[in-house]
Ligand binder design. Structure first.
Ligand SMILES: NC(=O)C1=CN([C@@H]2O[C@H](COP(=O)(O)OP(=O)(O)OC[C@H]3O[C@@H](n4cnc5c(N)ncnc54)[C@H](OP(=O)(O)O)[C@@H]3O)[C@@H](O)[C@H]2O)C=CC1
Ligand SMILES: O=C(O)C1=N[C@H](C(=O)O)C[C@H](O)C1
Length: 248
């Protein structure tokens, strides 16, 4: 039995994870913490794995505390950058047996969409990313869109492609979205949406659109449960659920 603690348990994702863990064979929910609760409860409850769906401002501190306590981490919260990931790697030096997964998206379709975009990137002159989310989301652009754009940019760079063509010289602030490593990322916030992403790739006379839709937070649960089951066998820092899937 894998003993699981959920951090952010009263939130939209955390509440869904609590139910998924309760329903998953081989997993036992031993702690459900939200803001104001003492992280020491995780250790006290004997958790093997902590799942973090909190807020970008607290997730780094939570992961640091979990690593120090020898608890594996599955992290879905956004807000991670190269610097904060490097801090986790540094912290894991004293705890080489601990595994930490930071995944911008646990939906299997979203993981595939990112992979497909990365594969297509070197074959197209133009690319832009559009993410669309519920209006209660606090960060923009989404962690998934940033991750997608970074991977697309790296693939373009590796293929020797130049900058994405763009003649814009007269514009209003924000009209061309955020610039993530040279890839434009646009964020839409709309009541009724959950989590959606489009990667638009263009060549003369053709367009490829890769789109993923999460219509319900249930879409993230198979990935979260899979990660909880696997993280104890994968010491060190892993970024992206794709590394725990056999994608070939
Ligand atoms: N990787 C993935 O597949 C997905 C990632 N996400 C990401 O997950 C994160 C959470 O999203 P969502 O559930 O919608 O957000 P919510 O705001 O619904 O949930 C966050 C919860 O964390 C709580 N919280 C705040 N501080 C702490 C703390 N120190 N310790 C424990 N809990 C705390 C909040 O409490 P309070 O409200 O009192 O502050 C709230 O209940 C976001 O970063 C989002 O982008 C979302 C969906 C999928
Ligand atoms: O806040 C959300 O809802 C989501 N956050 C993650 C992100 O920022 O990429 C994952 C998914 O898009 C839902």
């Amino acid at each position: 039995m894998i003993r699981v603690a959920v951090l952010g348990a009263a939130g939209r994702m955390g509440g869904t994870v609590v139910e998924a863990v309760r329903a998953a064979p081989g997993l036992e929910l031993v702690a459900a913490l939200d803001s104001g609760d003492d992280l020491a409860e995780v250790r006290g409850a004997g958790a093997d794995v902590a799942v973090d769906f909190t807020v970008p401002t607290v997730t780094r501190g939570n992961v640091a505390a979990m690593v120090d306590a020898g608890v594996h981490c599955v992290v879905g919260t956004t807000g991670w950058d190269e610097e904060s990931l490097a801090q986790v790697r540094e912290r894991l030096r004293d705890r080489p047996e601990v595994g930490v997964l930071v995944a911008p998206n646990f939906a299997l379709g979203a993981v595939l969409a990112m992979r497909f975009a990365e594969q297509a990137a070197r074959l197209f002159e133009s690319v832009e990313v559009v993410e669309l989310h519920h209006p209660d989301k606090v960060d923009a652009p989404s962690g998934t869109a940033r991750h997608t754009a970074e991977r697309v940019a790296a693939a373009r760079h590796a293929a020797g492609l130049g900058p994405v063509p763009d003649a814009t010289s007269q514009t209003m602030d924000g009209a061309r979205g955020a610039d993530v490593d040279g890839v434009r990322v646009h964020a839409v916030r709309l009541r009724g949406l959950v989590a959606h992403e489009e990667i638009l790739l263009g060549n003369p006379g053709e367009q490829l659109t890769i789109r993923h839709d999460s219509f319900d937070r249930a879409s993230f649960m198979p990935g979260v449960v899979h990660a909880v089951r696997r993280i104890g066998t994968r010491p060190g820092l892993t970024v992206g659920l794709e590394h725990l899937l056999d994608l070939g």
